[in-house]
Design a protein around this ligand. Structure first.
Ligand code: FMN
Length: 400
C-alpha cells in the first residue's frame, strides 16, 4: 500500500523527534518515497541532516527558502504529498492546524495540501489533557483528519502518563490503513473474504494433541494481500503467527471450531480460501485429565472431522471457493480430483515435499487448477507474491 507512495513527514518540536527519524526509515523500508519538513523547534532537537540522509531528500525548514524559481516550494510539496504524517505533533501545531494558522513551512504546507493527514500527537499528559488541546483534536477529526491515540507509559518528564508517541511500526500500520480507507479503486472494496490458516489442533488430553506441520504463513500472507485489495478480511487461524493488522482475526484450535468460525460469515462472503491444514481425524474420546503412562501399548481411536471445504462446496451460492491441496506425490491428479469432489472454484496445489515449497517455508511454488481452464504454474516466489497472484487470478475468474 505504501509502495511508491509520496509520504511527507512533518516533524514538529517535541522530545519524540528522535522516533520520527526511525519512522522515516520504516516508511522507506515499506517502499514509500519520503520527504521531510521540520519546524524551527524540531531542528533544535535533531539536525535536518539526519532526516535528509534517511529520506534521501533535502529537508524543508523555511517557507521563504525558494530554491527552484519555477516552483513555490510549499505549494509544490503540498501537491506532491499523497499522505501527510505529522509526527510528533506538538500541542502547538495541533492548535495551528485546527485554527487555520499558516506561519512556517510545516503549517503552510499542511494548509495547502489535500492529501489525507495522519496526526500523531506526543506531549506531556497535562498538555494533552488541556481542554484547548482536546478541543483542537476534536476539531481536526471533524475536518476528516485522522488522529492517532497517544500511548500511555513512562514520559520524558519522569512519570507515567498519557502522551507518548506510539511505536513507529504502529504509525506505519496506521498510515497503511488510512491509505486503504481512502483508496476508492480497490477491486475487493466492501467485499468480505474469509481465509483459514494454520494446522488445526485435535486434543488427546489437556497436554497432548494431534496436529500437522502447517505454519499458517500462506494463509496469513493471503489475508494481508486480500486486505490490500480492499477486502474486509476474516482470518480464521489456528496458527501461532503474529496476527496481521487491519483484518478481523478469529483464533481457533480444532477443525470443528474452525468450521463454526467460518460458517458464521459464509452467507455474505465473496471469496473463501481454505489455506488451513485441517486434521481429517480427531481422537474419538478426549480425556479431561492428563492420561497416565500405561504398562502396555495403548490405542487412540480416531473419528472423522467435518470436511469444511466439501460442506461449503455443497452449500455455496455466489461464493468463490478456493481450496489448497498439499501433496507429496501425484500433485496434479489429486488436485484435479479434489476440485471436482469438493465442488471448489479453484484448487491451489503445492508439492510439500519440495525444498522451497509448502509447510513453514517463506517461499512456495504452486499450480492453480480451475474448472475448464488450463492449469497455471506459479514458479518459486515469496508467499506474499504467490498470495497476490492467487487473488488476482481469482478476481480475473470472477470478473471483478
Ligand atoms: C525539551 C523540550 C521538550 C518539548 N517537548 C514537547 C512535546 O513533547 N510536545 C509538545 O507538544 N511540545 C513540546 N515542547 C514545546 C514545543 O517545543 C513548543 O511548544 C514549540 O513552540 C513547538 O513548536 P512547533 O510546533 O513549531 O514545533 C518541548 C519543548 C522543550 C524545550
Amino acid at each position: 500500500m505504501l509502495e511508491n507512495k509520496h509520504v511527507t513527514v512533518f516533524v514538529t518540536g517535541g522530545i519524540a523527534v528522535y522516533k520520527a527519524a526511525d519512522l522515516v526509515r520504516k516508511f522507506i523500508k515499506a517502499g514509500a518515497i519520503v520527504r521531510v519538513a521540520m519546524t524551527k523547534s524540531a531542528t533544535e532537537f535533531v539536525q535536518p541532516l539526519t532526516f535528509q540522509i534517511l529520506s534521501r531528500n533535502e529537508v524543508y525548514t523555511d517557507t521563504f527558502d525558494e530554491k527552484e524559481p519555477e516552483n513555490v516550494s510549499h505549494i509544490h510539496l503540498a501537491d506532491w504529498t499523497e499522505l501527510a504524517v505529522i509526527v510528533p505533533a506538538t500541542a502547538n501545531i495541533i492548535g495551528k492546524m485546527a485554527n487555520g494558522i499558516a506561519d512556517d513551512m510545516v503549517s503552510t504546507t499542511l494548509m495547502a495540501t489535500t492529501a489525507p493527514r495522519l496526526i500523531v500527537p506526543a506531549m506531556n499528559s497535562n498538555m494533552l489533557a488541556n481542554p484547548a488541546t482536546q478541543l483542537n483534536l476534536e476539531k481536526l477529526e471533524s475536518f476528516g483528519y485522522t488522529v492517532m491515540e497517544p500511548d500511555t507509559g513512562f514520559l520524558a518528564e519522569g512519570y507515567e502518563g498519557k502522551g507518548r508517541l506510539p511505536e513507529p511500526d504502529k504509525i506505519v500500520e496506521k498510515a497503511h490503513l488510512l491509505l486503504l480507507e481512502k483508496a476508492s479503486d480497490l477491486p475487493l472494496k466492501g467485499k468480505k473474504v474469509i481465509i483459514s490458516a494454520g494446522g488445526t489442533i485435535e486434543r488427546i488430553d489437556p497436554v497432548r494433541y494431534i496436529t500437522n506441520d502447517s505454519s499458517g504463513k500462506m494463509g496469513h500472507r493471503l489475508a494481508e494481500q486480500a486486505r490490500d485489495l480492499g477486502a474486509d478480511v476474516i482470518l480464521v487461524t489456528a496458527s501461532k503467527l503474529e496476527h496481521p493488522f487491519g483484518v478481523t482475526v478469529r483464533p481457533v484450535s480444532s477443525a470443528r471450531e474452525m468450521q463454526a468460525a467460518i460458517m458464521s460469515d459464509f452467507d455474505d462472503a465473496t471469496i473463501i480460501i481454505m489455506a488451513a491444514a485441517v486434521s481429517d481425524y480427531r481422537p474419538k474420546n478426549q480425556a479431561d485429565k492428563k492420561m497416565k503412562k500405561a504398562s502396555q501399548d495403548i490405542q487412540i481411536l480416531l473419528e472423522e472431522n467435518p470436511d469444511i471445504l466439501a460442506t461449503m462446496g455443497q452449500q455455496k451460492t455466489h461464493q468463490f471457493l478456493i481450496g489448497f491441496a498439499a501433496e507429496t506425490n501425484d500433485v496434479e491428479k489429486y488436485a484435479t480430483d479434489k476440485l471436482k469432489r469438493k465442488n471448489a472454484d479453484m484448487i491451489v496445489a503445492n508439492d510439500v515435499s519440495k525444498e522451497h515449497a509448502g509447510f513453514n517455508k517463506d517461499t512456495n511454488e504452486v499450480i492453480i487448477f480451475q474448472p475448464n481452464k488450463e492449469a497455471i504454474h506459479i514458479e518459486t516466489d515469496t508467499k506474499e507474491n504467490i498470495a497476490k497472484h492467487i487473488l488476482l487470478e481469482a478476481l480475473y475468474s470472477m470478473k471483478l
